[in-house]
Design a protein around this ligand. Structure first.
Ligand code: NAD
Length: 440
């Protein structure tokens, strides 16, 4: 099939590459000239495991090309995927300006039947909005489909190639058949393609992310109580995760969720509810708890040092919102580092992938005060304490003897519960984690 992918970010590039890998011809459109330069040179502008190999093969086999010219892409393609940003506006409402702008352009450009597929996460009713926008500019037949994306950054290629389900929202049989044919190679193991109306499909994405954000937040609240009553959230997690009604995944307590999806989608769903005269109280609580959870580690630091944080130096391991990505959008590390520097502390930060993405996210002024170091050991040199804010695998088994020698005092504030309490006790490391007792 001939496919256009409009917006070549985390979702668009993975979508385009995986469709090219399954034998389609893909033309990727983006309006960021720097990104296009890199893509045309065969470089992957983001870090996503497994993507580069597929991407290079698709280029070699001439199944993927890049352009800033939407008209070229519309002319050459039967199916147009919108993978555009939908960031939160000031009031939490999803900003649809990129989607609407591209819909207008498509309306002006189409000259024969096309399927326009929205893969961006968008409020209920957006498929109708896109349809009306295009309809107002052309009499050429077309269909609009909602096809929300469920990939996880860090595992995006695998998630795209082996989706647990594909959701397709459309009222057109013709579009549904084309979409089934396109996705067929990815669901050969029997996972379902679920066809529904556009509005239910749009809601499915928000319901999924809202539910997952709530599940994490619930566990974080359990962790906060565990700390106060002397229970261990790791045991509690195992105790409840074995209940098949609850399930084992998404039960790890930590310093809150971040990323480009959960925070914005929770806000957008809350906004949609409000707009429709419904107060989605759980989501309100989820946002508030998550905001304070991100800073819970700073509260522990202040308490441990009796408020005397000024002039101290902290090593920070992990700046991304999760491991195996370079994405730092809404990462807890942003808020923790801003707070510590605001309190007069110094920060040495290390992350395997975020050196380029973090400065803009934390703000240039704060960033200029961070000492970015090249490896995890350098982040320990002469620091008062180590903060772990992302669970990169390489942080799981450090050389603790070296650790103790390098730091001023062996003190760890672990936002991801990477270490055994008993081991910390044996090593005489002062250790604070989430939902477990403090050690030493
Ligand atoms: P992104 O910011 O990484 O990528 C968006 C791309 O669109 C950028 O490359 C940008 O330059 C380009 N762009 C913006 N306006 C454009 C225009 N007018 N014409 C052409 N290109 C344009 O965003 P993302 O993380 O890929 O997310 C895209 C959508 O998918 C969002 O709605 C998001 O909520 C949703 N989503 C994201 C994920 C994820 O894990 N990142 C997962 C599922 C769904």
């Amino acid at each position: 099939m001939k496919i256009a992918v409009i917006g070549t970010g985390y979702v668009g590039l993975v979508t385009g590459t995986c469709f090219a890998d399954s034998g389609n011809h893909v033309i990727c459109v983006d309006n960021n000239p720097d990104k296009l330069d890199l893509l045309r040179q065969g470089e992957v502008p983001i870090y996503e495991p497994g993507l580069e190999t597929l991407f290079k093969r698709a280029i070699r086999e001439k199944r993927i090309t890049f352009t800033d010219d939407l008209s070229e892409a519309v002319k050459q393609s039967d199916i147009l995927f919108l993978c555009l940003p939908t960031p939160p506006g000031a009031d939490g409402q999803a900003d649809l300006s990129a989607v609407v702008k591209v819909a207008e352009q498509i309306g002006d450009l189409i000259d024969d039947y096309k399927v326009i597929v929205n893969k961006s996460t968008v409020p209920v009713g957006t498929a109708d909005k896109v349809r009306l926008t295009i309809e107002s500019r052309t009499s050429v037949p077309f269909d609009v489909v909602s096809n929300p994306e469920f990939l996880r950054e860090g595992a995006a290629v695998n998630d795209f190639q082996k989706p647990e389900r594909v959701v397709i929202g459309t009222s057109s049989d013709r579009a549904a058949e084309l979409m089934k044919e396109l996705y067929d190679p990815f669901v050969r193991s029997g996972n379902p393609i679920i066809i529904m109306d556009e509005r239910s499909s749009e809601m499915t994405k928000y319901a999924a992310n809202g539910f997952l954000a709530t599940k994490i937040t619930f566990m974080n609240e359990i962790a906060n109580i565990c700390e106060r009553v002397g229970a261990n959230v790791d045991h509690v997690r195992r105790g409840i995760g074995t209940d098949s009604r609850i399930g084992k995944r998404f039960l790890f307590a930590g310093i809150g969720f971040g990323g480009s999806c959960f925070p914005k989608d929770v806000q957008a769903l809350h906004y949609t509810a409000k707009e429709n005269d419904y107060n989605f109280r759980i989501l309100d609580a989820v946002q508030k708890v998550n905001d304070s959870q991100k800073l819970s580690i700073v509260e522990k630091i202040k308490k441990f040092y009796n408020g005397q944080v000024k002039g101290r130096t902290f090593g920070v391991w992990g700046l991304t919102f999760k491991p195996e990505t370079d994405d730092v959008r809404e990462a807890p590390a942003i808020y923790i580092i801003q707070a510590l520097i605001g309190l007069g502390a110094h920060v040495k930060a290390y992350d395997p992938e975020a050196r380029k993405t973090f400065p803009a996210a934390v703000g240039e002024e704060i960033s200029s005060q961070i000492d970015y170091v090249e490896d995890q050991t350098s982040a320990l040199q002469d620091v008062d304490a180590l903060i772990i804010s992302t669970e990169w695998n390489e942080f799981r088994r450090p050389d603790f003897d070296n650790f103790i020698k390098l730091m001023k005092e062996p003190v760890i504030f672990d936002g991801r519960n990477l270490y055994d309490l008993e081991r910390m006790e044996e090593l005489n490391i002062t250790y604070f984690s989430v939902g477990r007792r403090g050690v030493n």
